[in-house]
Design a protein around this ligand. Structure first.
Ligand SMILES: NC(=O)c1ccc[n+]([C@@H]2O[C@H](COP(=O)([O-])OP(=O)(O)OC[C@H]3O[C@@H](n4cnc5c(N)ncnc54)[C@H](OP(=O)(O)O)[C@@H]3O)[C@@H](O)[C@H]2O)c1
Length: 292
């Protein structure tokens, strides 16, 4: 079988995760392989090579990761195994089969000392174990795969109707009498459908390769995000009482102070319009409307 024909399948790794499950929805008209973690553990090198030999996908979309940022500080070996070593394996197997690899990375590869959005030309300098493991994964991919076969998408604060920061904030707005929120970290939310749509477009544009940043436009703190969420939710009747929002929440984990991503490269190369971050809130609340 020619691995580059459009009838050969696309392999989605991490298909059960927050992002992976939406990528599967957006690619539902393509032949897909969506093995579970148990069926394909990407830290098992031989398993990965055997799976590729058996199924010959033309494209691998790697949505699998060890994403527990806090736990990573203590379980370094797990973060490195999934986010770095396994990405090297996926890059090597892609190279062997001349398959494309779309890999997902994070704003946490950056140190967070800038005050304007990070571009693809900024140099990563991660400050967390998770960020370091993801940066090592990116480097492994760059070293092991011809540039024209690889796409790295860095994203931030993934939000879906069921998971992510907006779910946590909305639950607090509904249930807590008042909220104490983080205002010392600034980034951008990303609506999971928007990222999955970008991935679906890239899947059919084999000439596009390299590193791209994908998030909503505009930098915001969790405190500001909660303010906007509350305002829109009250307007839409999804909240009945206004809660007091305070700043001053102190996380024990040191995160990048500023990690908003600049999406201009993707806008230029893909014609993709970055949505303003307030629109992510609007889309999230639309997904929370009770079904009539
Ligand atoms: N969530 C965010 O806010 C955020 C922000 C920036 C970047 N990202 C990046 O976006 C990508 C997707 O994140 P996500 O939030 O969708 O992750 P997630 O919900 O934690 O899902 C991770 C997926 O990876 C699978 N997995 C873990 N270890 C594996 C292994 N060894 N072999 C095969 N599959 C394995 C998990 O399967 P099981 O559950 O069965 O173990 C799960 O399906 C990741 O690269 C992440 O670093 C996420």
């Amino acid at each position: 079988m020619n691995p580059l024909t459009s009838s050969s399948p696309i392999l989605v790794v991490g298909a059960s995760g927050l992002l992976g499950s939406f990528v599967v929805k957006h690619l539902k008209n393509s032949p897909l392989l969506t093995p579970s973690h148990a069926q394909l553990d990407i830290t098992q090198r031989q398993q990965v090579f055997a799976f590729m030999a058996a199924h010959q996908p033309r494209l691998i979309i790697n949505c699998a990761a060890y994403t527990d940022v806090r736990a990573s500080e203590h379980t370094t070996h797990l973060a490195m195994a999934v986010n770095a070593v396994a990405v090297q394996t996926l890059a090597e197997v892609s190279a062997q089969h001349k398959a494309r690899l779309i890999h997902i990375s994070t704003d946490y590869v950056f140190a967070g000392q800038k005050t304007t959005p990070y571009t693809e030309n900024d140099t990563p300098n991660p400050q967390t174990v998770y960020g370091m493991s993801k940066w090592q994964g990116e480097q492994a991919m760059t070293h092991s795969l011809k540039p024209e076969l690889g796409v790295i998408l860095r994203t931030s604060w993934l939000c879906s109707p069921q998971q992510g920061l907006l779910v946590a904030l909305f639950s607090q707005l509904k249930n807590a009498p008042e909220l104490c929120l983080e205002d010392r970290i600034t980034s951008s939310p990303t609506w999971v459908h928007s990222l999955a749509q970008v991935i679906a477009i890239l899947a059919i544009q084999p000439h596009l390769h390299g590193v791209f940043h994908v998030s909503a436009r505009g930098a915001v703190t969790p405190y500001q995000l909660a303010q906007e969420l509350q305002t829109q939710a009250l307007e839409k009747g999804l909240l009945v009482t206004q809660k007091i929002l305070r700043t001053g929440y102190k996380d024990t984990l040191v995160r990048p102070a500023y990690s908003s991503l600049c999406g201009q490269k993707l806008e230029k190369k893909l014609g993709w319009q970055q949505e303003p971050w307030q629109q992510v809130v609007t889309k999230f609340l639309a997904s929370q409307q009770p079904h009539l």
